[in-house]
Write a protein that binds this ligand. Structure first.
Ligand SMILES: [Fe+2]
Length: 296
């Protein structure tokens, strides 16, 4: 593990998360970037309190880790910078369902860099969960089942159910080789190889399982803290237990295509020609596969 002089790393939960002290992220060089990358692979979410950083410096910080992307669906009227996405509680920006960012995209962002600009005096913590541990602690038959199926994700929370993508339920982290359980209650709609009833029960089980407290860390913010998380192997949610304003600035780093743990061995349910092809629950799945065949 590389080191930077004076940086102090404190783990804050058994599963994931570390707080890093004595840092100044406004202008960092190659050594610091390398250390942050290594720490992120180890701890999955990092917190850097006490930063003073401008919008441009925030974008520059993110660009050390890859190309910055704009939000695909939501308007960004609050900042002058088109790469910095602002979420304000007063305008409805409270992400209080568990999610991995933007999983309805073909290549969901690999990481996010969040600047806590304004936070309430009490409440408004964020929780993250470790999707690799959530996978590891499944039973062997459940792991087999999860690895053999895929899930449909959509942008319903942004009123765009037409934006859909199928990803494997278990993905391989491209840098660590770890397996992560890749379904979330916010964007994941359907296990594509199961009928609608089976999918509802199974997906409900998995999305609750990843929220088990022992896989999580809870962070209590102070203003001017930077949080960086690996979006390939975590989920997060804001605790909506506060009053007053809470404003975050976020940049996201362009993504990669989730790599599956093993080959798919089952056909999508809608391709089997069974009667429920015409059922209401299957319409979206059919629309997804129709759009794929039209694109080819
Ligand atoms: Fe998020």
């Amino acid at each position: 593990m590389s080191q930077v002089k004076n940086w102090e790393v404190n783990r804050i939960a058994a599963s994931l998360g570390a707080e890093i002290h004595n840092t100044d992220l406004a202008c960092i060089g190659g050594d610091e970037v390398q250390v942050i990358k290594e720490l992120l692979l180890e701890h999955k979410v990092l917190f850097f309190p006490g930063q003073t950083i401008s919008l441009d410096q925030h974008v520059e910080l993110g660009s050390h880790f890859g190309e910055i992307e704009s939000h695909p669906n939501l308007q960004n009227p609050y900042t002058d910078h088109d790469k910095v996405f602002e979420l304000a509680a007063s305008t409805g920006g409270i992400a209080d369902e568990w999610h991995t960012d933007l999983t309805f995209m073909e290549e969901p962002s690999v990481m996010s860099v969040l600047h806590m600009v304004t936070c309430p005096e009490v409440g408004g913590d964020t929780m993250w969960t470790n999707l690799c541990q959530a996978y590891d602690e499944l039973s062997e038959p459940m792991k087999d089942l999860c690895e053999s199926v895929n899930a449909l994700h959509d942008a319903l929370p942004h009123n765009r159910t037409d934006k859909m993508m199928v990803h494997p339920v278990v993905r391989i982290h491209p840098e660590t080789g770890e397996k992560a359980l890749y379904v979330n209650e916010h964007f994941t709609r359907r296990i594509v190889e199961m009928n609608a009833n089976e999918s509802e029960v199974f997906l409900g089980y998995l999305t609750r399982w990843v929220q088990s407290p022992r896989f999580t860390v809870r962070y209590s913010w102070t203003p001017r803290t930077i949080g960086i998380w690996d979006n390939r192997c975590t989920q997060h949610m804001v605790l909506n237990d506060f009053e007053g304003e809470r404003i975050i600035h976020r940049v996201t780093i362009m993504g990669d295509q989730p790599r599956r743990a093993s080959d798919s061995k089952y056909e999508p349910w809608t391709r089997r020609g069974n009667k429920s092809d015409t059922s209401r629950q299957d319409r979206q799945l059919k629309a997804y596969y129709r759009s794929l065949s039209q694109a080819n």
